[in-house]
Design a protein around this ligand. Structure first.
Ligand code: ZN
Length: 330
């Protein structure tokens, strides 16, 4: 077949487009305008996998929350909080908070730690099932759900978008017995300040339908071999965290006992206004952070920067969050 030019198209592109075409003696024709692409609102799928011993863990995002930063440290002067956040390049008014739900695949069971915020809390949340599906799992495959506490961003996802049926139809639940009793009692509405009373009515709406499928845990309850609860009270009355031990490795899922990066680490005495018992919460987070630093634990933080996996280092009298390096192969 006769060729128009001694140069292939690839040679011309390599040599620099139009200049190469002219050098080859070919007419320079006007090409089509480059297409303008619409901006995409989609991010990459919200899951991240890693191994712990024989277990496969996947952080499945439920999306994010947007809340006033003042709620993250209600016992310090506003100017001090603002200066600290600005020094960390964070928005001083609005806190963008991740929701890192941990999925544990033991080989026999799929276990979720928390269930996300569902569709009634914030529009930016409630993405758990969508991201679970992107990760290759369906809601009906989930065997067990450990609920760290009764706040909306952790337990409102247990019921479907119509507030009727369990979103994870084959799952059973594990929640500290005192925590479950509290949220199912009239006491919950009375104990919460006016602006948080919605938490109590929502918790009742979501927890009451699953109460008969919920095992009432206490400290060191073994949910599955090597997977145990740890009492971490204060953020709520009977908040629990989760410790996983596998093949000589240990991983701590803090829930909200460790609440904000970097406030919780650098200022563990600053208290979020959502901490129900602030003095207890301060002691709890220092205990967990000291344990994580002493034992060099891998830590998963629900509200830490996505995917929320890291370590906690001691830094003088306070702490530092050290994010784990992103790895493409689990
Ligand atoms: Zn939370």
């Amino acid at each position: 077949m006769e060729r128009l030019s001694p140069f292939s198209r690839r040679d011309m592109l390599k040599a620099g487009g139009a200049a190469a075409v002219m050098a080859a003696g070919l007419p320079l024709l006007p090409g089509p305008a480059l297409a303008k692409a619409d901006k995409s609102a989609n991010q990459v799928p919200g899951y991240y996998r890693f191994d712990l011993g024989d277990l496969e863990l996947t952080i499945v995002s439920d999306g994010n929350l947007v809340i006033p930063t003042a709620l993250e440290a209600s016992n310090v002067p506003e100017a001090e909080l603002r200066a600290f956040l600005e020094a960390n390049y964070l928005n001083p008014e609005t806190n963008y908070s991740q929701m890192n739900v941990c999925l544990i695949n033991t080989g026999d069971e799929l276990i979720l730690v928390d269930a996300g915020g569902g569709s009634y809390f914030q529009d930016s949340a409630g993405k758990l099932v969508q991201n679970l599906e992107a990760a290759g799992h369906s809601a009906d495959q989930i065997d067990k759900i450990i609920l760290t506490h009764g706040h909306p961003d952790h337990c409102w996802g247990v019921i479907d978008d119509f507030a009727e049926e369990p979103r994870f139809p084959n799952a059973v639940y594990y929640m500290n017995g005192k925590e479950l009793d509290f949220w199912l009692s009239k006491n919950a509405v009375d104990r919460l300040p006016e602006n948080l009373k919605l938490f109590a009515t929502g918790a009742y709406r979501n927890l009451n339908p699953i109460k008969d499928k919920t095992t009432r845990t206490k400290n060191a309850f073994e949910v599955s071999p090597g997977i145990r609860t740890i009492d971490s009270f204060g953020h709520t009355l009977a908040h629990q965290s989760v410790m996983i031990e596998q093949g000589g490795e240990k991983l701590l899922i803090t829930g909200d006992a460790v609440h904000h990066w970097p406030i919780t680490f650098e200022h563990p005495d600053w208290t979020p206004s959502v901490d129900m018992e602030p003095e207890v919460a301060i002691k709890t987070r220092k205990r967990l952070m000291n344990m994580a630093a002493d034992e060099k634990l891998t830590v998963v933080g629900y509200h830490m920067p996505y995917p929320g996996i890291g370590h906690i280092a001691r830094d003088g009298n306070v702490f530092r969050w050290v994010p784990a390096q992103w790895q493409w192969q689990p």
